[in-house]
Design a protein around this ligand. Structure first.
Ligand SMILES: [Ca+2]
Length: 518
């Protein structure tokens, strides 16, 4: 026990020292440099070519575009940077092959533009399912450390513990007066103590649980749509409502103080429902039958779900993604119109990989949502902040969801220790191009971890740098690497994973998903 605790303290100190590492160009840097290997990142324009082996339906696709560094705004010096507005765009269950910049047939021009203007994070990892991924994002800690490895379904009591300091609570201490959560919460609905407004946010609009009907805003026949603590009877497609609120929030924010806008879209998670104008983009034929979704019928939440269904799952899913892409375009345009785009840090990533039974596609990655193979947790991810770092490139360094909080702490130059030890590191120096980190071990779940070169998943070893599809298990060919990583995983897992919080399925939903206040 004592040894385990000592190891944990050492691990944390190492993480903290990396997290506190300042970029080389910082004039106020007084913290010691770590021994992390440091090299210069090549920022010359690159030609990216991705070949995706598609399904029979989609065929193979080759996408080529040239990184354009010469026309990009140049990042400011660190001394000139002021705290940025922060927007987190978090699609739900968007797969690797569901954005056109990865070669998908799904059209996502606004997300593609964000990738061209910002930095593509090519090795960005999350947890492999919705709730734990949001826990890691908002606390900067592995969800296993909190005993949360499950999803807060409607009948489950519990939520994100109040003792955890969320990103919103942290930003409240840093002069961010306006902190909105607009979209899908999914971090507890059985008691008002789990409400976003009691977890650091100053404004909430959207739904508490998952799988809400996109048009009726119901789950289990009860309205799950809210503005702050009150039910909302707003009508419309949820992606559009979320977007309207987000744009309004941006428009109403004063320009002389930074805001935080957390936008967890419910799209393109099931139920699969899309506006007809977007279905039409994908060849929707009203006179043909709509698809039959047996899983949704089995889950007893059927009666409203006919609306917005296309002829096939993939068609419907594609339309949902394009609708969300248009929404993202409107939100980014609102930043431009307000004149605050240059000093807004935009973070985009999917909360986990796609569920391929629900229309998504992770190709050429192996596995899907729920798996520690790449398809479950290596996600499309982009960051953009014109004042903070130069865009137009692709970053290969391993990073992930638990790094967001540490990175924002680094950007704001906060050196006071966090209330709880964080698992993430500050990747801002990497985004600045001032350093690289090549020897990181990133813990994924009890079943896997990854380094820059090697990935251990489901008791198999892959050269992930050269085999992103995890097609060749090298456990026997590289027994020493396999043994080392297996031992590392065992050690990390014993340090990180605590017993699950008791999963109590006795919660009876109140009308309009009203949270209990005692
Ligand atoms: Ca999800």
């Amino acid at each position: 026990m004592h040894q385990t605790k000592s190891l944990w303290v050492i691990t944390w100190l190492v993480c903290l020292s990396i997290a506190c590492q300042q970029p080389k160009s910082s004039t106020s840097n007084t913290s010691p440099q770590t021994t992390t290997p440091t090299t210069t990142i090549d920022t010359t324009p690159k030609v990216h070519e991705i070949v995706i082996s598609g399904t029979e339906e989609e065929g193979n696709t080759t996408v080529t575009y040239e990184g354009e560094t010469e026309d990009k705004p140049t990042a400011l010096s660190l001394d000139s940077i002021s705290p940025p507005n922060i927007i987190i765009l978090l699609p739900d269950d968007l797969g690797w092959n569901d954005v056109s910049y990865h070669g998908s047939k799904i059209s996502t021009p606004h997300i593609d533009q964000l990738a061209k203007d910002g930095i593509e994070l090519n090795r960005f990892y999350t947890y492999h399912s919705c709730t734990p991924s949001r826990v890691g994002l908002l606390t900067g800690r592995y969800p296993g450390r909190l005993g949360i490895r499950h999803v807060f379904f409607p009948e489950i009591k519990g939520g994100l513990p109040e003792a955890e300091e969320t990103l919103a609570e942290f930003l409240a201490t840093q002069g961010y007066k306006r902190r909105a959560c607009i979209g899908k919460w999914h971090l507890g609905h059985s008691n008002v103590k789990y409400h976003p407004l009691n977890q650091g946010f100053t404004y909430f609009y959207g739904h508490y649980g998952g799988s809400v009907d996109y048009f009726e805003h119901k789950r289990y026949e009860k309205l799950d749509w809210h503005r702050n603590f009150d039910p909302s009877y707003d009508e419309g497609y949820s992606t559009n409502l979320i977007t309207r609120e987000a744009v309004q929030f941006i428009e109403e924010s004063p320009t002389n103080e930074p805001f935080f806008l957390y936008l967890p879209f419910n799209a393109p998670h099931n139920p699969l429902q899309a506006p007809e104008e977007y279905l039409n983009q994908y060849g929707f034929d009203k006179n043909k039958a709509i698809y039959s979704n047996s899983e949704i019928i089995a889950s007893k939440i059927t009666e409203h779900f006919q609306r917005g269904q296309g002829n096939t799952k993939r068609q419907t899913y594609s339309a949902m993604v394009s609708s969300m892409d248009a929404a993202i375009g409107r939100i980014l345009q609102a930043l431009e119109d307000k004149g605050v785009a240059d000093n807004t840090l935009v973070i985009f990533f999917s909360d986990n990989g796609a569920s391929e039974t629900d229309g998504g596609n992770n190709r050429p990655l192996r596995g899907k949502k729920g798996s520690t193979f790449e398809g479950g947790l290596r996600v499309p991810a982009i960051v953009k902040w014109p004042n903070g770092f130069t865009g137009g490139r692709k970053e290969e360094t391993v990073m992930g969801y638990v790094d967001i909080l540490s990175t924002i702490r680094g950007i704001l130059n906060v050196t006071t220790p966090p209330t709880q030890p964080l698992d993430g590191i500050n990747v801002f120096p990497i985004l600045r191009g001032d350093t690289t980190l090549t020897d990181r071990t990133f813990y994924l779940s009890k079943l896997g971890l990854t380094t820059q070169k090697w990935k251990l998943a489901h008791n198999k070893l892959f050269d992930i740098e050269n085999d992103m599809s995890e097609s060749k298990n090298l456990a026997k060919k590289e027994p020493k690497v396999f043994a080392k990583l297996t031992a590392q995983l065992k050690e990390l897992s014993s340090q990180i994973e605590v017993d699950s919080i008791p999963i109590d399925r006795s919660y009876k939903l109140k009308d309009e998903w009203k949270m209990q206040d005692n």
